[in-house]
Design a protein around this ligand. Structure first.
Ligand code: NAD
Length: 448
């Protein structure tokens, strides 16, 4: 099958490489020509475990281009749109990149009147509000009457850090199409065939209408956000009531009706999806003149969590001019993505207070340098090594639970830090007793 992908980011590249591994010929297009050049030279523009090997293994079926004409030249059966949908200033999803990608594809396709098209499929993987596919279809059919492009919604559920695994073994694949389309049987056949290798032993394919498919993605992300924020509410109360949030979490997660995943109290959720998708849902509801109190509360609690951690750091630093070491900048382990990472909120806050901040992350240093370029200066120090970050520091704050931070020599940590160092465990990964035994003070989230 001939596949093209528009947008070579986390979603686009993983999809491209994953489909190439199933035998498809894939052309990957991105308007960022520097990114395309890097990919052609074999450089992967971000950290995603296993992706470089996957791309290297399937190189002969992967081509990287920056020109939409080359996408259309291949007469693709399916073109996946995987461009970003960031938050607009009012919180809604900014669809300009999706619109631009679809219009450009249609325009180029219409310039090939001799092409033997069989209703090319534009499959929208970007996260878009319900009604977006309908609107794109209307726009394309009004402006580009030929060829008839079938617009399909197929939201992506992969998780950064395990994206390659998630592509191969998705829990669910959703395909939303217009039930009135004359090509619906062909669409279903094509999409089934395309996803079949990933669904042989695991997961399910749900064929539905486009709006339900689009909405399902927001429902999943808001459910995760609510779950995390609820547990952070519980953790705050644990702290005030003298209970241990880690024990409480274990009990809650042992209940089969609830389950253990996405229950960890901490400094709050970040990343490129949960914050922006919950904001977009709230904006969608506003347009329908309703409110989503649960989703709004999840976002409020998330902001409170970040503020609370900043206040904990202020308290731990009080009266000292020693630097603070911040371990972990990525929004979660396994990725170098720092979009809306809680660590960046803390770093900006501390720099604003005049504190010297020494940061370390095993993978996200370059991404963080770019994201913090506007506040970079002599008080923001970039440590090559986790212990180097600790030298003379009065406080150690952990923001991302990378495996390399889990098993520490606490005597060495205490000796490297200045005075009776304070440890702020923003992910509750360390044993308070063990940390204290080394002469350090310990604060976690919902546990003392
Ligand atoms: P990304 O920012 O990593 O990549 C987007 C890419 O699209 C960039 O390389 C950009 O240069 C390119 N692009 C932008 N406009 C373009 C255009 N007009 N033509 C061609 N290329 C263009 O984004 P991402 O994280 O891969 O997310 C893509 C979409 O998938 C978003 O809607 C996101 O919400 C959704 N999503 C992301 C994840 C995730 O974990 N990152 C998971 C599920 C869904």
């Amino acid at each position: 099958m001939r596949i093209t992908i528009i947008g070579s980011g986390y979603v686009g590249l993983v999809t491209a490489a994953g489909l190439a591994e199933t035998g498809a010929d894939v052309v990957c297009m991105d308007i960022d020509s520097a990114r395309t050049d890097a990919l052609r030279a074999g450089r992967i523009p971000f950290h995603e475990p296993g992706l470089d090997e996957l791309i290297a293994r399937n190189r002969e079926r992967l081509r990287f281009v920056s020109d939409m004409a080359e996408v259309v030249d291949t007469l693709p059966d399916v073109t996946f749109v995987c461009v970003g949908t960031p938050s607009a200033p009012n919180g809604s999803a900014d669809l300009s990149a999706v619109d631009a990608a679809c219009c450009s594809f249609a325009q180029h396709a219409s310039e090939r009147p001799d092409a033997p098209w069989r209703s090319p499929i534009l499959a929208i993987k970007s996260t878009v509000p319900p009604g977006t596919c309908d609107a794109i279809e209307k726009l394309l059919h009004a402006t580009v009457p030929w060829p008839r492009i079938e617009i399909v919604s197929t939201p992506e559920f992969l998780k950064e850090g395990s994206a390659v695994h998630d592509f191969r073994r998705p829990d669910v694949v959703v395909v939303g199409r217009d039930p009135r389309s004359a090509a619906i049987d062909a669409i279903d056949r094509t999409m089934r065939e395309l996803y079949a290798p990933c669904l042989r032993t695991h997961g399910r394919l749900i064929l539905t209408d486009r709006r339900s498919s689009e909405m399902a993605k927001y429902a999943v992300n808001s459910a995760l956000a609510v779950r995390i924020s609820h547990m952070n509410d519980v953790a705050m109360l644990c702290d005030l009531a003298g209970a241990d949030a880690d024990i409480v979490r274990t009990v809650v997660g042992s209940d089969e009706r609830i389950g253990p995943r996405f229950l960890f109290p901490g400094v709050g959720f970040g990343g490129s999806c949960l914050p922006k998708d919950t904001r977009a849902m709230i904006a969608m509801a506003r347009r329908h003149d309703v409110r989503l109190p649960m989703v709004e509360a999840a976002l409020d609690a998330n902001r409170r969590q970040a503020d609370m951690f900043c206040a904990m750091a202020d308290k731990a630093l009080f009266g000292s001019d020693a630097p603070i070491a911040v371990w972990g900048l990525a929004f979660k382990p396994g990725t170098d993505d720092v979009r809306e990472a809680p660590a960046l909120v803390l770093v900006r806050h501390l720099l604003g207070q005049g504190v010297t901040v020494r940061v370390h992350d095993p993978k996200a240093m370059d991404a963080a340098r770019r994201a913090l370029a506007d506040v970079d200066g002599p008080r923001l120090e970039w440590a090559e090594d986790r212990h180097e970050a600790l030298e003379g520091a009065g406080v150690l704050a952990l923001l991302t639970e990378w495996p390399v931070y889990r098993s520490m020599d606490w005597r060495r940590v205490a000796e490297t830090m200045a005075g009776p160092g304070a440890v702020l465990d923003g992910r509750n990964i360390w044993d308070p007793e063990v940390v204290r035994a080394a002469g350090l003070s310990y604060r976690g989230v919902g546990r003392r």
